[in-house]
Design a protein around this ligand. Structure first.
Ligand code: RNT
Ligand code: ZN
Length: 409
């Protein structure tokens, strides 16, 4: 089947062999938090708060580091391509209750060991939610200086951890800051919280690290559940901040108005920013963080990365959490779909399509784009899996794992 597919693609001037090789080299950072509903390892971790929500109560959530690492081992065995792992600060392994502003790099050494065993690199996120000091929905923009200072110390600790990780692994670690800050009802003053956030970030970024070890990013959002009327960290706020201060903006595909598309924002950001980190997720009517499917917007995100020759500058990360289905199946499905989208994007005659656009030959461009959709992609995908010794028929193995491991938790 692959040979037939190869010939068909060749007729379109598409080199499947080249696509298979290139795809395997593009890193995708898997998020650790799909495995435990973003609970983390803090003793009294009560689950996500701050405008994000995991819905569902499927059995088998990972309850500690051993279970989460075991699930990750399993998940990674089903995903082709080059993988990274994105951690949150609440996944610190400190052995005793540790305040968020007291976490240290050594608390992530077990993760570095895990990653080294798997030949992957790590990314990082400060956790400014699910905490008593974030209970009113405000953190770095809080009017109370002592609360702001607590979170400033937390993010500073996180940046030093990310820089440590980056140096140890020999690959820059993305440190992405997302805060829930917002109000449920209309604010009286929309400016002051933003100025406080700006100043808090300036304090955080006053510490300089080698860019070879850490990539700093900030992530905006439209609104959060319970914080519908006002968001401090809007897209405008962070794009302005990042451009002015020389850091990067992370684009989460669930964080914009439903008619705005991250696939179109990526090239706009590429015109001005060195790196464009992503949180790929699927928003259903709001930032619902559904499992990524192999559908149009994810294909277009991959297309734009490939056609902009930006595989090294767009840092692909995943961010969905579904607790209504087997969490392993959710994880694997989304990650494989990201891989499919990348392979699909590589299986297109990009130069020819661009030339048609520039020549104003929009009829042929439209026709070709549509014809490409029905080429035998599945056969190339199966070949991609086979070459990396990844199971095509993986779900029965996950069902067995559910019976043997997950239901016993
Ligand atoms: C929330 C943001 C944020 C989180 C993760 C857990 O709306 O998308 O990135 O989902 O950090
Ligand atoms: Zn996100």
């Amino acid at each position: 089947m692959y040979e037939t597919a190869r010939t068909k693609y060749q007729a379109w001037g598409i080199d499947t062999e080249g696509a298979l090789k290139k795809c395997a080299a593009i890193p995708v950072s898997l998020h650790c938090w799909q495995g435990d509903d973003i609970m983390g390892f803090e003793q009294n971790g009560g689950g996500a708060s701050g405008g994000i929500q995991t819905t569902g109560n499927y059995p088998g959530r990972a309850r500690n580091k051993d279970e989460l690492m075991a699930d990750l081992d399993f998940v990674y065995s089903f995903i082709p391509g080059k993988k990274r792992l994105s951690l949150h600060a609440i996944y610190a392994i400190s052995g005793k209750p540790t305040a968020r502003d007291a976490i240290e790099a050594r608390h992530f050494d077990p993760w570095l060991e895990w990653a080294a065993q798997h030949g992957i690199n790590l990314d990082f996120n400060p956790t400014l939610f699910s905490h008593p000091f974030a209970a009113d929905g405000l953190t770095l923009s809080h009017p109370d200086k002592s609360i702001r200072d607590f979170w400033i110390r937390h993010v500073k600790a996180c940046r030093s951890i990310a820089a440590y990780i980056g140096e140890k692994q020999g690959s820059a670690c993305l440190n992405n800051i997302w805060i829930p800050d917002g109000l449920k009802n209309p604010p009286a003053d929309r400016l002051s919280p933003r100025l406080r956030l700006r100043d808090a970030l300036d304090e955080i970024f006053s510490v300089k690290y080698d860019k070879r070890f850490i990539i700093d990013a900030v992530e905006s959002k439209l609104f959060g559940i319970g914080l519908e009327s006002y968001t401090v960290g809007t897209s405008e706020f962070y794009i302005g901040y990042a451009a002015a201060r020389g850091i990067n903006v992370l684009l989460d595909s669930g964080h914009y108005h439903p008619t705005e598309l991250v696939s179109d924002k990526i090239p706009s950001m590429l015109a001005f920013f060195e790196k464009v980190p992503l949180h790929v997720t699927r928003a259903v009517r709001w930032d619902s963080d559904h499992v990524v499917l192999f559908e149009d917007e994810i294909k277009e995100i991959a297309n734009t990365i490939i056609r902009s020759n930006a595989e090294d500058r767009v840092l692909i990360g995943l961010d969905y959490f579904d607790a209504s289905i087997n969490r392993i199946a959710a994880w694997v499905t989304g990650a494989r779909n990201m891989q499919k989208a990348l392979l699909n994007a590589l299986l297109a005659p990009c130069d020819e399509l661009k030339a048609l656009q520039d020549a104003g030959n929009y009829s042929k461009l439209l026709v070709m784009q549509e014809e490409l959709k029905t080429l035998p992609f599945g056969a190339v995908w199966e070949e991609y899996l086979a070459r990396q010794k990844i199971a095509v028929d993986w779900f029965p193995v996950v069902e067995q794992y559910e019976r043997d491991v997950l239901t016993k938790r």
